[in-house]
Design a protein around this ligand. Structure first.
Ligand code: GTP
Length: 598
């Protein structure tokens, strides 16, 4: 296709502002997918994406659009995730585009990821088309939202497209705007091949498939190519476009977006962000990079039955094939046996992976409390990265500890300024600035330790603002903190999997509340179970789970056998989520109790 008739763009938005629904309408209106094959959120292909109504993976799709000028255009559109955990997916999608459609919900207005995504698009020098969505809703306030886009994002919004992904109104206007406002790709058709890999996935039949944007030259089946950074050489097995089903093509020419079958078996050989060039006579300089995915939270995942260890390892290997952001290493816990310490982009990513391990691979897992990565400077000047409280060196060897801080953007209606201040300061946040982007929306910037954010900060923020607050954050820097390891002892023995790292000023309170919680969570056993919280051998709090008095079956007076069976089955089901530590049965909730202590 002549680059003049190509338009490459991403759809970006805050979570739930309606990107996926809007993409569905575009596929429908351009006849890419027939009415008969239309399912909701067609581009959200994972079960979990559909169920939760969220986009996790970006999806590229090619559509043909015949514009009002009678010309047929090739649109390559990329639906991106809205949730902050998956920001890096957005950044790499933008690198393949000339434009972005910024979707803003007409009832919600500009929210935290609207700002973050718009900034990314601006930094990537993309043409931005603002679109105010969901105007079918009676509570839509397009004029107010226009004002917020102008004042909050400095994007001219007079001509913002008013649309509804639900009714389809405005979608045609959007397609015309794409034709007229988004620049066509510029590249050298004759020059040496340069193509950017912006995504890759593993196909069980064909190996690694890379999604690419051709910047210069063209690429076809049988070409011998090389990855500039990795040095890997590839014989191209097939190229084509996704509609969204893959359709093979004779070639991908300059400016086009499409897929490339590499025949490789391992996704890690095809790093997203790398540049593809010809094996002979290719370029040596890679295209400018993109933002690397770096885990923010780490958790231990342990099989409840120790014979599932190998299965868990295989499952993690499989998931990693399609998820370069997933990091993991073996972890050995006295309490829980062999498992893995796994790094995630955030709590949603963690939940999704855990759910997939359990659902798609049939594993029963215990997850330990999430932790961040601490930098521990030892007295011998060595620095160690600690992902798990149990790896914390002995206090006598520690000079000081640094913890990661985030720069958080919070958007709220002015009424909640006080409540958010109080909450965030209690989470060791430092207030930076605040500005009004409209009479109804305030933007606050904070600096807050990552470890505080993962302690259900977001849930509390939502509940204290009646759901109005939105939050975005990015890694800022490491800073020293007075941090200590808090140990939990059951029957006098420290349980490594229950320990966590805490700020000195909070050790006492968190220890006390955690003991209270654990007392309620740990079921009664045949004997008394003392629970203690301690720092470096000094006990800060103590509770006791009283011994059980009667056998549960005694409750089933009479000989109602079916009832007895039901009770036994219920106990068995309950057991699945328990782990015997020494002689104490500890349920899954115990490991997560720390998240609920505030
Ligand atoms: P993520 O992919 O998770 O970031 O969300 P999204 O931005 O793709 O939003 P999605 O398309 O999943 O829509 C979110 C919710 O809004 C769903 O319940 C949709 O049915 C609803 N919705 C989307 N567009 C419209 C619209 O134009 N009007 C109305 N009334 N509801 C809409």
């Amino acid at each position: 296709t002549d680059p003049k008739f190509i338009r490459n763009f991403s759809i970006i938005a805050h979570i739930d502002h309606g990107k996926s629904t809007l993409s569905d309408r575009i596929l429908e209106l351009t006849g890419t997918v027939s009415q008969r094959d239309m399912e909701e959120q067609l581009l959200d292909t994972m079960d979990i994406e559909r169920e939760r109504g969220i986009t996790i993976k970006s999806q590229a799709v090619r559509v043909a659009y015949t514009a009002d000028d009678g010309q047929e255009y090739q649109f390559n559109l990329i639906d991106t995730p809205g949730h902050v955990d998956f920001t890096y997916e957005v950044s790499r999608s933008l690198a393949a585009c000339e434009g972005a459609v910024l979707v803003v919900d007409a009832t919600q207005g500009v929210e935290a990821q609207t700002v973050a995504n718009a900034m990314m698009a601006m930094n990537a020098d993309l043409e931005i088309i603002p679109l105010i969505n969901k105007i079918d809703l009676p509570s839509a306030e397009p004029e107010r939202v226009k004002g917020e886009i102008e004042d909050g994002l400095a994007i001219v919004a007079d001509d913002a497209i008013l649309a509804s992904g639900k009714t389809g109104v405005g979608v045609k206007d959007l397609l015309e705007a794409v034709v007229h406002l988004i620049p066509s790709p510029e590249g050298n058709a004759e020059g040496p091949l340069r193509a950017l890999i912006f995504d890759s996935y593993f196909d069980p039949y064909r190996g690694v498939v890379a999604l690419v944007r051709v910047v210069d030259g063209s690429i076809k089946k049988g070409d011998e190519v090389r990855l500039v950074n990795a040095g890997t050489e590839i014989l191209v097995e097939e190229v084509g476009a996704r509609h969204p089903k893959e359709v093979a093509l004779p070639n991908l020419s300059v400016g086009e977006v499409g897929y490339l079958v590499t025949g490789l078996k391992d996704v890690s050989q095809v790093r997203v962000g790398d540049t593809i060039t010809s094996r002979v006579g290719g370029v040596t300089e890679p295209l400018p990079g993109y933002r690397e995915a770096k885990p923010m939270v780490y958790t231990g995942l342990f099989p409840i039955e120790s014979d599932q260890f190998e299965a868990l390892k295989e499952a993690l290997e499989k998931l990693s094939l399609n998820d370069p952001a997933l990091e993991w290493e073996m972890e050995n816990s006295h309490a829980l046996g062999f498992g893995f310490r796994v790094g995630f982009l955030g709590l949603l990513h963690m939940e999704v992976i855990k759910e997939r391990l359990e659902r798609e691979f049939g594993l029963d897992l215990i997850a330990t409390a999430p932790s961040v990565e601490y930098h521990v400077y030892k007295t011998n000047k060595e620095m160690v990265s600690v992902h798990s409280p149990q790896d914390m060196p002995d206090p006598s060897e520690i000079d000081h500890i640094e913890e990661p801080y985030l720069r958080a953007t919070i958007m709220i209606p002015p009424d909640y300024v006080g409540a958010v201040m109080e909450l965030t300061v209690a989470h060791r946040g430092t207030f930076k600035t605040m500005n009004y982007i409209s009479p109804t929306t305030v933007e606050q910037i904070w600096e807050i330790p990552s470890s505080e954010l993962i302690l259900d900060y977001f849930d509390q923020l939502k509940s204290r603002t009646k759901g109005y607050a939105s939050l975005d954050y990015e890694f800022d820097e490491y800073k020293p903190g007075s941090l200590q390891k808090l140990d939990i002892l059951l029957s006098g023995k420290p349980i490594d999997a229950l320990s966590f790292i805490v700020h000195k000023d909070k050790a006492y309170d968190r220890g006390r509340v955690l003991c209270e919680k654990l007392k309620d969570i740990i079921p009664q056993q045949m004997f008394e179970v003392p629970i203690q919280a301690a720092v470096g051998g000094r006990v800060l709090a103590r509770q006791t789970v009283r011994a059980k008095r009667k056998d549960v079956l005694a409750k089933c007076y009479g000989g109602d056998i079916s009832r007895k069976r039901k009770l036994l089955e219920k106990q068995k089901a309950g057991k699945k989520r328990m782990k015997a530590i020494g002689n104490v049965e500890v349920p899954q909730e115990a490991f997560m109790a720390i998240l609920k202590v505030d």
